[in-house]
Design a protein around this ligand. Structure first.
Ligand SMILES: [Cu+2]
Length: 157
């Protein structure tokens, strides 16, 4: 008898979970990895000594919130986590946000006009066709190495 009740409970919670997914507009259903995954990354070309930016999507397929807390790169000794925002009067500005929390089963999209990784004063030109290495430091997942292509626009999806 006990076994029957347990099975019914499992079925009920499974059904409610499925219904929740159908009603949510997010891409939750795609996130089942159990890992932190970085996808669709690219770096905008930039000149030595100037500034450029890296963009990618972080998917948190783990059971808890994880936070990107630090980024380093082989092309600069000054890498910052930024966001773009609209200033008074409509001008766009950007500021350092320091960290990006990503809830379980959701993703954070770094893209032009939004959050980005600022590459400050690269040692040499960052040119189309180059590959840039990053180390992303997450509060739970630890350090993840990432290599991204330098290109003029986001990869086609
Ligand atoms: Cu910036």
């Amino acid at each position: 008898m006990k076994k029957t009740i347990l099975l019914l409970l499992i079925t009920a919670s499974f059904v409610s979970c499925e219904q929740k997914k159908e009603n949510e507009p997010s891409n939750e259903a795609q996130i089942t990895s159990g890992n932190i995954d970085i996808i669709d990354g690219w770096v905008r070309p930039g000149s030595a000594g100037m500034m450029t930016a890296a963009y990618f999507t972080i998917r948190n397929g783990t059971a808890s919130t994880d936070t990107l807390i630090n980024v380093t790169s082989n092309v600069t000794d000054d890498t910052q986590i930024h966001e773009s925002f609209e200033q008074e009067g409509g001008m766009m500005g950007m500021r350092e946000i320091g960290m990006i929390p990503i809830e379980s089963n959701s993703s954070a999209e770094l893209k032009p006009g939004g959050m980005h990784i600022m590459i400050i004063r690269p040692f040499q030109d960052v040119a189309e066709g180059d590959i840039v290495t990053f180390f992303l430091n997450f509060s739970n997942a630890g350090e993840k190495e990432l290599t991204l292509p330098v290109q003029q626009a986001a990869p086609a999806q």
